[in-house]
Structures are given as structure tokens and as C-alpha cells.
Design a protein around this ligand. Sequence first.
Ligand code: NAD
Length: 486
Amino acid sequence: MAADLATITGIEVPTGLLIGGQWSSGRAGTLPVFDPATEEVLAEVADASPEDGLDAVSAAAEALPRWSATPPRVRAECLRRAYQLMTEKSEQLARLMVLENGKALRDARGEILYAAEFFRWYAEEAVRIDGSLMISPSGANRIMVQRQPVGVSYMITPWNFPAAMATRKIGPALAAGCTVVLKPAKETPLTALAVAELLTEAGVPDGVVNVVPTNKPGPLTQAVIADPRVRKLSFTGSTEVGRMLLKQAADYVLNCSMELGGNAPFLVFEDADLDAAVEGAFIAKMRNGGEACTAANRFYVHESVAAAFSAKLAAKLAALHVGPGLEDGVDLGPLVNADTLAKVSALVDSATDDGAEVLTGGHAPNRAGYFYEPTVLDGVPADAAILSEEIFGPVAPIVRFSRQDEAIELANSTEYGLVSYLYSGDLRRALQVAEALEAGMVGINRGVVSDPAAPFGGVKQSGLGREGGHDGLLEYTETKYIAVEW
Ligand code: NAD
């Protein structure tokens, strides 16, 4: 174990595969996990081969009959204990996450508490799996509708929220009576493995949760979803990979939930409380260092307030302290890897080539690690490339508009539809605009929408299905209709 990991005490940090309750080595050897603040190897983690993936499916399939027949109250109590353990160990988990992901400790602490809340929420939902009973229109029989667990569920999670994206899937799956094979992102397997260890400590039986990090997600995933015992694919990641997985899943008519990319517009109308809008913009942009699917990606600001808004936002971003996520006083850590840094740099360079003005930042500092300065770009042309791609970094491009219908059209001019934000002092207008925005979620006078109790998800190419809330539980159930005559 590398020296930095040795500083994490008070929790187990497993580095093996978790299959059927046993920690094992991977048939593909090991994969390195890097610290994005130093670019150095932090740990070596077992690398699962497709055969390991199938062993995990076998373990999940074997555990399924008992777990799905376990009383909902008992399943709920396991999840509740997992919530308690995660909360008690939140500081250690947050520090571990910073090491492999890079985010600032404040963001990591926030994520662990958010992640734990999914266990608490779904502990409460596990005992509320309802159905219905009605008399058929002919009066001849009864129509009984019941929800059953969908079965073995395969989950793929991204690196940007290594804990919350896992618990947002595992929580409802376990509540519904499903068993799980989780494949975390290769950049951040340690957090997922530590959460799995806590679930074991919370009393989740062997085989109910299996975790298989891998350096080659393609072959493992192909083998796993081709196995007829697998009944569900839940994916969080890019639209590009999501599209490819949907094509593969079509061969098996596999039940899919897809939480994909976003390109969130952030609208500021002339009647908005400007300071509140700047505060909301700051959160919507800088939460998780800009590496969030919900991150505000494009700011459309009414021309009468744009200069003041841009200046205030630039001042706030310029004041941020950039550095390794565990250092005192750091607000913004490094990006996760060299590819992400190269993408952010290229998008900013192309925006400035298109005529955008850099109000603050605009470059990577000259130091080791994948750091990028918090950046505000004003006067971005409405057709600039930076507005059509997910930036996934601390960059705020600002575009001016003059009419409400123009702002709505600009906001909707994307293949994505995850979340939109708007600021206005007129609630009637805000609700009308919210209804016109093509997004699965809208924040009105708020820079954050994520809430374990709310249905999170997108329209258009941002995904299929919802996570969180009661809807999130239903994604792990099948509706069974029983026609009864008595
Ligand atoms: P990614 O699509 O590259 O990777 C996501 C996951 O898919 C990882 O676990 C990766 O190993 C796996 N993967 C990659 N290629 C695969 C393949 N061929 N077969 C099977 N699995 C494969 O995305 P990323 O860069 O890790 O994450 C960032 C993306 O995730 C962004 O687009 C972001 O918007 C999106 N995201 C969406 C949500 C949401 O809820 N909508 C939440 C967080 C992140």
C-alpha cells in the first residue's frame, strides 16, 4: 500500500475483487490507481477479467433467492446500518476519495453524506413497495398488480462521484430485493470497495453485493450482459458509452437505466436577484470542481445584467484556492486525469479563438498534477464549440441574450436534456420557462437539484429512467399482473 493510503486509518481499504463475500485477486492481474494531484500511483487494485465478472454474476445469482425472500424490514435494517456506518466513517471515506479522485475535501465530505443518504432513503423505501388491486371492467375477475425484484443487476459507475453513484444504485436495488454486480470506474475503485466493505459490516449477506474493478470494461461488460441470469443494466457515464451499451443490451432485451451526460444551461433573467444568481451560478459550476453531469455548462444572461453578473462571478472564481484536495484551505483540486485536462484546455483555447474574453483563469498552472485555473469566459459566441460539449472542468462560458424566447431556444439547442437552471424574481415566468425547458430536472433560483428523495434523470440523450425518490426504487422492480377470479 502506498504511503498516502497509509494515512487513511479507521476504515478498511480493500484492494481485491469482492465476489461471493470473499476478497480475491483478479485473473487479469492488477490495475494502478493514480493520485491526480501528484500523478503518482496510489495503489494497485485487483483487475477483473471477463471470467471474474461471470463469477460475480454466479455469486449474485446464487444469493438472489434468499435475498429477494428476506423480509423488506430486514433488508431495510441492513441499509439503515450501512447509512450509519457511512456517516460515522465519513471523514475517512472522504479523505480516501480525495486521494483517488482529486476533488477538494469539502466536496468529498459533501459527497459522502449525500451518498449515505441514499442508504437511509432506500431503507425507508424498502418497506413501501406497493401494488394494486382492482375489479376488471367486466366484473368477471380481479386485476392484481404486484412489484417483484428485477433480479441480478449489473451496475457501471463513473469516477466523478465514486461513492454517490454507487449508493444511488445499490440502495434501491437492495431495497427491492435485487442482488448486484458493481463495476466502478478504473480511476476510482477504492471508494467503491470501501463502501462494499461497509455493506458487509452492515450485515448484507455474501454474494448480495459483488464488486469487480477492471482495466478493460468492454470485454467484461459484454460477457456479463450476455449472461441470461443478468436482468438489469444500470449505467452512469457518458452518452457515447451509454449509446454503445444500449446497442449491446438490445440483443438481450435487457432492462436498462441510463444516467448520461449533460450540458446544463443556466439562465439569468433581468428580474433576477443578481447576488443570488451569482451564488447559484458558483455552486452550479464549481460543485465537484465542475466535474459533474449537473454542472452548469452554458450561462445565458440577459444583456442588461450580463456585465455585472460576469464581473461578480469572475471575482468569486478568481478568489478560489487551487491545490491538492487534502491541503488546508483548498477550494479546487486537480481534474481527474490528463485526458480531462487536455479536453478542458482545448475547449477554452477554441473559445478564445472564437472571440471569447477571458475574465479570469484561462490556463493550466505550471505544476505537477492535472490542475486547471477557475475560468470565466465572457462574450462567448452562441455557436462556440464549448457550448455544445460537456466541459467537465472549472470553466464558465457566458453568452448574452435579449429576449426570453431566444434564451429558451438557446437553452434547448442541444442533444442533452439532464438539468437546467434559471434565476428570475417572477415565479409565474420562472414556472413557464421551466415547463418549456427540455430537461428532466430544473432548478429555479437554486444552483443544485440533487436530492436522494427526488427523481434524478434526463430526457433526450441524457438518459432513460430515474434514480432517487420512489421512482428510483421502481427501476429495480418488474410489474407483475395476476388475473384472479374468486
Ligand atoms: P465514461 O462513459 O467514460 O465511463 C463511465 C463508466 O463506463 C466507467 O465505469 C467506465 O469504465 C465504463 N466504460 C467505459 N467504456 C466502457 C465500455 N466499452 N463498456 C462498458 N463500460 C465502459 O464516463 P466518465 O468519463 O467516467 O464519466 C463522466 C461522464 O459521466 C460524463 O459524461 C457525465 O455527464 C456522466 N455522468 C452522468 C451522471 C448522471 O447521473 N446523468 C452522473 C455522473 C456522471
